[in-house]
Design a protein. Structure first.
Length: 290
């Protein structure tokens, strides 16, 4: 795997197994994620190794459309089929398509990709799978299905989590240094049983599924909060969501410190911090149907 210097990012997309209420909360975070990290996502789509512009694209587990719209911007002559298990996410995606004047270039498909019967995706030239494969019950089967669906020579772009976003330095906040790391450690333990493929090396899995891996790299974001007004809202929404799952595993002192960060009107609010930013990583693979 090549490790490129480019500082790029992919969007966190919807889990295919979330509840309706979870989808409702997640949609806002996905929209903020897309707003904050749009330039980094554009960098990834520009990096894709394509010799001619693909025209028929699929966005697997599209969420509210961050990948879909990045692909449409990168390939002006293309059409995208956005597939997701959340009707709410797809509704929001269609609203965005109308707002941006590209509704005629977007088709939405409501489907759970773990189901035995896959939707008809045609024969796409490029399939985009961002932060989605680790949610699959059988990702090896998913990769084989993608390979079978792709047009001969078609490209699969896989973007997976190498680390969740951090918003503060490691020694912050002052009353509980390392708080985010401890929150994410609790979350990792909780997720390990439900998402055993998170953090996997997808290169061998792609090869086993009949792909030739053409390129791959670990890419990173380090975006100061002062550069984007949405960073604060993104941090609050993400940490609130995290709190809901990790609170039982935190000490009383850590929970109090986290609540202080999330009290947007309080003196310890994360919105008042000059060291607020977004720091995270993704790993990207580009694989060709053999």
């Amino acid at each position: 795997m090549a490790h490129g210097p480019a500082r790029v990012e992919a969007m966190n997309h919807a889990s295919t197994h979330s509840s309706a209420s979870d989808h409702h909360g997640q949609a806002g975070i996905l929209d903020l994620d897309a707003e904050v990290l749009a330039a980094h996502l554009a960098s990834i789509t520009s990096w894709l190794p394509v010799s001619s512009a693909p025209r028929d694209l699929v966005d697997l587990c599209s969420g509210t459309g961050a990948g879909t719209f990045a692909l449409l911007a990168r390939f002006p002559g293309a059409r995208v089929t956005a597939v997701d298990s959340s009707a709410e996410h797809l509704h929001r995606l269609r609203e965005k398509a109308l707002e941006r004047g590209v509704a005629d270039r977007v088709r939405t498909v409501l489907a759970d990709l773990d189901d035995a019967d896959w939707p008809d995706l045609g024969a796409p030239d490029l399939v985009w799978a961002s932060a989605s494969l680790h949610h699959m019950a059988d990702p090896d089967r998913t990769l084989r299905r993608v390979r079978d669906a792709l047009a001969p020579g078609g490209l699969l772009a896989v973007v997976e989590l190498a680390g969740f976003p951090r918003f503060l330095p490691a020694d912050a906040p002052e009353e509980a240094p390392g708080l985010e790391d401890r929150c994410h450690a609790v979350g990792h333990h909780d997720h390990a049983g439900r998402m055993p493929h998170r953090g996997a090396d997808w290169g061998p899995k792609l090869t086993a599924a009949g792909f030739a891996v053409e390129d791959g790299r670990t890419v990173a974001v380090d975006l100061p909060g002062a550069q984007c007004d949405a960073v604060g809202r993104y941090a609050v929404a993400t940490l609130r969501r995290l709190r809901g799952s990790v609170a039982p595993g935190l000490s009383g002192a850590d929970l109090a410190a986290l609540d202080g960060l999330l009290d947007v009107d309080g003196p310890r609010s994360i919105l008042r911090r000059a060291d607020l930013g977004v720091r995270t990583e993704r790993t990207v693979w580009a694989a060709r149907r053999s």
